[in-house]
Design a protein around this ligand. Sequence first.
Ligand SMILES: Cc1ncc(COP(=O)(O)O)c(C=O)c1O
Length: 412
Amino acid sequence: MKNIKENALWAFRNASANSLISNDDSALIFQSWDDLKFNLEQLSAIFDHPNATHAIAIKTNPHPSVLAKIISWGFSLEAASMEEVEMAIKAGASPNKIVFDSPVKRQSEIEKCNNELHGLILNANSLEELKRMPDNPNFTLGIRINPSMQMDSPEIYSVSNNESKFGVPILEKEALLNAILSHPIQQLHIHAGSQMKDLTKAVFAVRELLDLAIEANSLLEKKGIERRILTLDIGGGLIAEKYGIVGKMSEYAKKLKETCPELWDFELITEFGQWCHTNSGFIFSEIEYTFKRGEKQIAFIHLGADYFMRDAYTLARDFDIIALNNKGEENNSDEKYLHDIAGPLCFAGDYVLKGVKLPILKENDWLGILGTGANTLGLWSRHCSRTIPKVIGFSCEKNEIEILSERMNPFI
Ligand SMILES: Cc1ncc(COP(=O)(O)O)c(C=O)c1O
C-alpha cells in the first residue's frame, strides 16, 4: 500500500487528469477507500473475536458514500441520533447492523424503532430513559454505564465523570442491578471518552462493566429469570495513530485479553470512530493569496474553521502538509519559511496551522492537509455560509477515482 503522501499525490493528479477538478473547486475533500478498508480489517483482525460487531461511529464521517462502503464491507454503524439511524438504513444497513446511542430519544423515535426496526440495537442512556422502553421490545435493549472515573481524554471530550450526562454511574450498582432484573436488558454499554491515551484506565473501565454483567447474570439465574446479559458494548475512544501503524489498537486488545478474558465469551460491540477514519481522508485547497506579517508568511486557503471546526475551537491537531505548485508538482525546496495557514472565515480564530516551516507558498499553489478524515466534514459549520467542497473517493489499488458528492450549499 502507498503511504499517505503518495496516496494524496496520486489522488490529486488523477482527479486533475480525469477532469474532476473544475475552476470552481477552490478546495477538495478526498476519501481513500483502500485506507478505510485497511483500518477496518485491522480492527477486526486485532480483536479476533468470534462474535463481534464493529459499529463505526457515523458522526465521525457521515458522508453517505462512506456509510454505504462500511456496510458493503460487512461492518456496522453507530448512530447518535434518529437522523443517523435513517442515514444508516439509507446506506443499506439492516437494523441489526445499527447501534442507536442517542442520549436523548423522543418517545416517538423509540416507538418507530420498536415498530419498524426489528433487530436494531438500542442503548438507553439512563434509568429515566429506561422507563420509556416497551416491556417486550423488538429491538435489543442495552443500558449505558458511566464508569465514574476520570479518563485522560481532553476535558471537552470527557464523558465519564460523576456529573456527566452520559450513562448510569457504575457507583449506583444496586439501582443498576434492580433495573437489569426488571427491564428486558440484554446488553451493557460504555463509551468512556474520546482520544484516550491511558489504556490502563480504559481497560479497567471495561473490567468493571464485565464484572457487573457477570454479577447481573448470576442474579438473574438466582431469581429464575431466563434472560441474560449477552453482549458488552465497549464503545470507541482511541486516538488515531500515525499512518499505517496499528500499535495502540493492538495494545488495547492485548490488554483487554489479559485483564478481561471473559469478554471473548460474551458478544462484543465496538464503536470506534476517529481511529478508523482519520488517516483515510485528506483535503487539498488552492492558496488564494499570501502576504507577509512580521516574520511570517500568511497563506489563505479555502477550508478553515468551517471544516476544521473542532481544531479551531478546541485543540488543533498536528496535520502533515504537502505543498504543490500550480501544476500539481511537489514543492520540495529546502528553503523553508515560517507560515500561518489561515482559513477563509471572517473570524479571528480561523487558522488551520500556525508557525509551520514550509517552502514559500504562492498564490494559486495547492496545499494538501493530510489525516483529516475524522470529525471534520461531519462537524461542518455554517459560519460565513461557505460552500461544502466536492468530495472525491478513490482507490489506488483498483485504479479508480470518482466524485462522491458535488459542491453544495443548503442555504443558496
Ligand atoms: C457513544 C459514542 N460511541 C463512539 C464514539 C466514537 O468515538 P471515537 O471517535 O473517539 O472512537 C463516540 C464519539 O463521541 C460516542 O459518543
